[in-house]
Design a binder for this molecule. Structure first.
Ligand SMILES: Nc1ncnc2c1ncn2[C@@H]1O[C@H](COP(=O)(O)OP(=O)(O)OP(=O)(O)O)[C@@H](O)[C@H]1O
Ligand SMILES: [Mg+2]
Length: 234
């Protein structure tokens, strides 16, 4: 008998159900996400596009467990993030997802290897195998020969690769990226997409926000567009 990984979701890795997010600004309310529903199949590479202010980062932050919805549900398997307390959300961030941002957020005083090793420590890897695993992760992103470089001694593309290696420290099923190529030229951007595609082909579900609509079309197997906090027709 086939065993489903997620109760009732079958091949759906992630279900967003009638999700809304409002930000209160004094007396004003900004509706950043407005009743969004979306199923993402296991092993999908989903591209998310849309104009500035359309709610892309808001959606990603909710999927990452960095923020809470105002209404609706986010199902990862049989777990609804909207129902989790902060310790549950921390567990989600630590075990289920890897997150990559436009700014690389590397620790400037640490080498590439140390930046990855810190994440491994958070993921519970003991100090013994940590170094070896960090070297392995840097190899995975093509930076085996840059392990001892500090961020200032790396190009933007290389820094983003370190950040991706760091995001892979907990071997997440999901990789969530918010404009990972936003600070990079188009050729370097393409290299990052190639890397994401490879991580996707290894079986991960990838959700990538981008402004590179032409480029992402070559790598993602599905594109959705947000417009004023709503999903536009596909
Ligand atoms: N913390 C916040 N407090 C109040 N309003 C916010 C907050 N974060 C986002 N917003 C508002 O919510 C809307 C959606 O913002 P969001 O950052 O999700 O857009 P985005 O699609 O990621 O845009 P960009 O492409 O510029 O990154 C915007 O109108 C924004 O001003
Ligand atoms: Mg954004």
């Amino acid at each position: 008998m086939a065993v489903s990984l997620s109760h009732g979701l079958g091949s759906v890795a992630l279900r967003v159900d009638d999700l809304s997010k409002e930000y209160r600004m004094g007396t004003r309310t900004v509706i950043a996400l407005d009743h969004v529903s979306l199923d993402v199949g296991t092993g999908t590479f989903l591209g998310v596009v849309g104009r500035s202010g359309s709610g892309k980062s808001t959606l990603l932050n909710l999927l990452a467990g960095l923020d809470r919805p105002s209404a609706g549900a986010i199902w990862f398997g049989d777990q609804n993030l909207a129902a989790l307390r902060s310790d549950g959300l921390a567990r989600h961030r630590r075990h289920t997802v890897g997150i990559v941002f436009q700014s690389f957020y590397l620790i400037p005083t640490m080498t590439a290897l140390q930046n990855v090793a810190v994440a491994l420590a958070f993921a519970g890897v003991t100090s013994g195998p940590r170094r070896e695993r960090a070297v392995e992760l840097l190899g995975l992103v093509g930076l085996g020969d840059r392990a001892d470089h500090r961020p200032a001694e790396l190009s933007g593309g290389e820094q983003q690769r370190v950040a991706i290696a760091r995001a892979m420290a907990n071997n997440p099923q999901f990789l969530l990226a918010d404009e990972p190529t936003g600070n990079l030229d188009s050729r370097t951007a393409e290299e990052i997409f190639v890397l994401l595609k490879r991580l996707h082909q290894e079986g991960r579900t990838i959700i990538c926000i981008t402004h590179e609509k032409d480029l992402i079309g070559q790598y993602a197997d599905r594109l959705v567009t947000l417009k004023d906090g709503r999903l536009a027709a596909e």
